[in-house]
Design a protein. Structure first.
Ligand code: HEC
Length: 144
């Protein structure tokens, strides 16, 4: 009887735990690189071709709030909304800002973040140039 009871509770636990496990386990650590391992070094060496001038940052801000639709998930303050499955990145997180390079962000804008709801942006709603500028704007959110 004792054993049966234990089986019952293990069953109940699994019913609740299983559907969540893959979502929780995938890319749980926000500081881990999102790009495929073979491309990592090259992307980490890649510089943003646009300097962070007030004009370029302003162009990036407009894309973030406008045609890039970034604000829908990443929020007005860049801290991001909570959405089912996988939270969008909090751009004010200094540790994440330090861990991530512009080249890696560029890859995510071109490919999305596979397994999450971060969508492909470049070629769909923005150009590569606009992507680099939105990255300049994301950098200004650090620590806010
Ligand atoms: C539909 C919701 C959604 C939209 C729209 C969206 N994002 Fe995201 N974004 C996410 C999610 C979810 C993540 C977290 C992905 C992960 O953890 O791998 C993310 C992560 C990111 C990251 C971090 C990737 C990394 O390497 O850590 C960057 C940069 C980013 N988004 C930029 C943008 C920009 C710029 C736009 C607009 C052009 C945008 N996102 C639009 C949902 C969205």
């Amino acid at each position: 009887m004792q054993r049966l009871k234990r089986f019952f509770w293990v069953g109940v636990l699994m019913m609740f735990a299983l559907p969540w496990t893959p979502v929780e386990a995938f890319h749980k650590d926000v500081y881990e690189p999102r790009v495929p391992e073979p491309l990592l070094e090259e992307l980490q060496d890649m510089d943003n071709p646009f300097p962070p001038t007030p004009e370029n940052i302003e162009a990036g801000r407009k894309i973030f709030f406008g045609k890039g639709y970034c604000v829908l998930c990443h929020g007005k303050d860049g801290k991001s909304l909570e959405i089912p499955g996988h939270d969008p990145r909090n751009f004010t997180d200094m540790r994440w800002q330090d861990a991530r390079t512009d080249g890696e962000m560029m890859w995510v804008l071109k490919n999305g973040s596979p397994g999450t709801s971060m969508p492909i942006r470049i070629g769909k709603v923005i150009s590569e140039e606009e992507g680099w500028k939105v990255i300049l704007f994301i950098r200004t959110l650090a620590g806010k």
